[in-house]
Design a protein around this ligand. Structure first.
Ligand SMILES: O=C[C@H](O)[C@H](O)[C@H](O)COP(=O)(O)O
Length: 230
């Protein structure tokens, strides 16, 4: 199977976790796009969605799926999104598509975060994928110097302005042996909007697509959440 076929398999597998009469949090990227395609087949059962990017909002709306303002939502039971890397503790690097900040906000609101990814995203230790950091433009040089002090090699991502009007620094050569500590350290730098390290709030369930089908990995306590729709 191609990587895109594996992404499609997990995007459609996630559909079984969607409950009728709920609002669904929708992520960004090529894997999340497959989930949106799947969700469109059940659009009349759900109330609507909240979206983590303009790109996903556009795709959702192209199917006639309502997209709500997160500020109008009291609670969110489910968020489904991809990842660039995921470790055995279900901590992730995200932001390859520059949507990390809105993704992190929705992940924080959601009761359950299901990560959908093909098997190439599974790693023992995070950091092979360059770590995206969303930065306010005037802080680019300062934040870059601080990221070097933290052991990384930041590179400005050319031709990208985030949905929030900011820039992305991709940080290479980081050995992320303590994801919680690094997430807190980078988020504390003035000028940083968000780091794409999802350590404190990782995924609760991972659906990993491989040659032998979709493997499910649960954070302790989340095994009780089962796919109910068939
Ligand atoms: O900013 C983008 C997101 O974090 C994506 O979920 C991540 O980059 C994975 O994307 P894809 O599903 O295209 O591999």
């Amino acid at each position: 199977m191609t990587q895109d076929e594996l992404k499609k398999a997990v995007g459609w597998a996630a559909l079984d976790y969607v409950q009728p009469n709920t609002i669904v949090g929708v992520g960004t990227g090529t894997t999340a796009a497959h989930f949106i395609d799947a969700l469109a087949t059940r659009k009349d059962e759900i109330i609507g969605t909240v979206s983590s990017s303009e790109a996903s909002t556009e795709r959702l709306k192209s199917y006639g799926i309502p997209v709500f303002d997160l500020n109008k939502i009291d609670s969110l039971s489910l968020y489904i999104d991809g990842a660039d890397e995921i470790n055995p503790a279900l901590q992730m690097i995200k932001g390859g598509g520059a949507a990390l900040t809105r993704e992190k906000i929705i992940a924080a609101v959601a009761q359950t975060f299901i990560c959908i990814a093909d098997q190439s995203k599974q790693v023992d230790c995070l950091g092979h994928f360059p770590l995206p950091v969303e930065v306010i433009p005037m802080a680019q040089a300062y934040v870059s110097r601080e990221l070097v002090k933290l052991g990384g090699r930041p590179e400005y991502r050319k031709d990208i302005v985030t949905d929030n009007g900011n820039i992305i620094l991709d940080v290479y050569d980081l050995l992320i042996d303590d994801p919680d500590k690094l997430e807190a350290a980078i988020n504390a730098l003035p000028g940083v909007v968000t780091v794409g390290l999802f350590a404190k709030r990782g995924a609760d369930i991972a659906l990993i697509g491989g040659e032998n089908g979709v493997k499910k990995i649960f954070r302790a306590g989340y095994e009780k959440i089962v796919a109910t729709h068939k």
